[in-house]
Write a protein that binds this ligand. Sequence first.
Ligand code: GDP
Ligand code: MN
Length: 403
Amino acid sequence: MKLHEYQAKEVLSGYGIPVPEGRVTYFPDDAWMVAMELGLPVVLKAQVLTGGRGKAGGVKLARTPDEVKEVAKDLFGKKLVTKQTGPEGVIIRKLLVEKAADIGRELYFSITIDRTTSKPTVVASKRGGMSIEEVAEKYPEDIIKIPIDPVTGLLPYQIRRLKYDLELVDQEKEAAKVFNALYKVFVEKDCTLVELNPLVVTKSGHLLAVDAKMDVDDDALFRRKEISKMRDLTESDPSELEAKIAGLNFVRLSGNIGCMVNGAGLAMTTMDVIKLAGGEPANFLDVGGAATPETIAKGFEIITRDPSVKAMFINIFGGIVRCDKVANGIIQALKKVEVNMPVVVRLTGNNKEEGMETLKKSGMRFYVAENLKEAAKMVSELSRETEADINKSKQQKKDKEEK
Ligand code: GDP
Ligand code: MN
């Protein structure tokens, strides 16, 4: 889970890491008032869960009261398109208003998990401000990587090395305090990333975390309630959220075939086989090992709500949960949720025959496939046909209107 900059700074500040004075705001007037309280100049920073805001125009300096008003009015509600968002961008709904920092030098300092060494690793550079990818490309020799043994934590010699390489001779004590505190945050909040870019040396010679990014391991949120309650629901897909609450694993994709599968491995295979058959999955939905009428109904609800879905594929392996139970679940769910599209079912595993029999006896219309390959082919063709039919009737309607 990604935290907003203002939330990350709140956490860091609690650990004694110096951050600029400021407050998050939700309205232009509010931003103006906070700016007046802080004193000018201020920076207004878009709080969106993406990097590269500065270059995209989401971080602005304001020196006069009028400038604050103008910038705030301009930024609130604006669509910010950064390198990471794609063309759809994100809407700015919150602005962090901060006292502008007197920047002397900009450093880069982060801690993340290095997958090759399986250790928390400090990545730092005296060239902060620009993206670390850019530093890596232009000045690879200026990037320091220090793996940390989780048993010992960050050691004094590693801190000395960092201070030396980052040229922090005059900030000896402060630097050690910031580095240690940041490592503590990383461990105690179960982070997968904490990043200060830039970590600034002010003109008066003090360290200040001017930007902060924090990513917390989703699998640790159950024991980090103070973090999970910070989740920004306005930036999540509502269907993905609803699925999560219902205990389903749902990811929206760009195609037109809705998929309901039990087990993540089978779900991934299903995506692959659909693609091979020339189809495009509209989602990844794992109803879990125990597919019950309730989870199946919820799955139908979530999938059929998506207007781009033109056909559905139910691919269930009866292991712990037997096929006849799943078939009953599907029938019960279809009584509750209206589904106006072709549904292809493929069941295999325990009590497969009974399951198929149950589907047949229900009197409802399913396309039943014998095996996975055939099912994928069937649903891909059906999705194309339905799509074509819809386009045709739209065109006919349009022609009629024009006449
Ligand atoms: P990002 O682009 O999303 O990483 O946002 P940042 O918070 O890192 O801001 C981008 C750049 O704006 C920084 O690298 C700084 O150069 C500049 N900036 C941000 N805050 C201040 C500030 O308080 N004072 C000054 N002078 N520059 C700032
Ligand atoms: Mn930054």
